[in-house]
Design a binder for this molecule. Structure first.
Ligand code: HEM
Length: 218
């Protein structure tokens, strides 16, 4: 007979239902696409420096023409950045909706509090495992903060012509830039952590995040 006593209210700390999985992979895709637009804009195409190269190569193209072409290419890349940006705004709104109206399994705050409670109550032998779970959850909390900053500052950059936003435009731009590096840092830690968990103790974690939890499987 199992004599262990379950807590009065067991809040699940993981959830693989379709809405969360969709949100996760759509975000992963869109953030990758956003990073690619920046890679093209700032590293691969780098249209501004291409104008200088063209000038020094002595080709029969006038500087204003070259500048105009560089501007068109740069604007096209930014246009895609803004389309993907709007899609990220939509996902952010969807996540907020799940957080505010969804059941506790879908509410990040409920799961975070539950993990914190389990960490506090864990006996010394289980403290390290509970600590790792808490660390992973804390990085997700930071990710939600970063994506919120990205969406808010991105919107400020889109509406740069609105007079009351002009005063914070530069701050928004700098914050948008810096937060990109924080998101890249999160992605590295997240991917390494997930692969490590999959290999060491949580086999099937990645396939559950893709295909959901199979009924009847613990
Ligand atoms: C994680 C996703 C994102 C990344 C990595 C990212 C990265 C960047 C970076 C590095 C810049 C250049 C800033 C500069 O030149 O100083 C930029 C500009 C911009 N971003 Fe994002 N961004 C993301 C999400 C968003 C979102 C969600 C929106 C819209 C809601 C957005 C809208 C913009 C706009 C309007 C600009 C300025 C474009 C221009 O100069 O014409 N971004 N982004």
């Amino acid at each position: 007979m199992n004599t262990s006593i379950a807590p009065a209210v067991e809040v699940p700390i993981k959830d693989y239902r379709a809405s969360i999985r969709f949100w996760h992979w759509a975000n992963a895709l869109l953030i990758s696409l956003q990073l690619m637009t920046i890679l093209f804009q700032k590293v691969i195409v780098k249209s501004k420096s291409a104008v200088t190269e063209l000038q020094s190569s002595g080709k029969d193209v006038s500087v204003p023409q070259a500048r105009e072409l560089a501007h068109i290419i740069s604007e096209r890349i930014w246009a895609w950045h803004i389309y993907f940006g709007w899609a990220l705004v939509a996902l952010w709104v969807m996540r907020l909706g799940l957080q505010l109206t969804g059941p506790s399994e879908l509410r990040f705050s409920a799961r975070l509090l539950e993990i914190l409670r389990r960490y506090r109550l864990a006996p010394p032998a289980d403290k390290s495992k509970a600590g790792k779970i808490l660390f992973a959850k804390a990085t997700y909390a930071l990710f939600y903060l970063f994506i919120t900053i990205m969406v808010a500052t991105g919107l400020i950059l889109i509406y740069e012509d609105v007079s009351w936003l002009k005063g914070i435009h530069h701050l928004a731009e700098e914050t948008h830039n810096v937060t990109m590096f924080l998101i890249i840092g999160f992605i590295v830690i997240h991917v390494v952590g997930v692969v490590w968990a999959e290999i060491s103790e949580d086999h099937g974690l990645i396939s559950r995040m893709v295909g959901g939890e199979k009924k009847g499987v613990a």
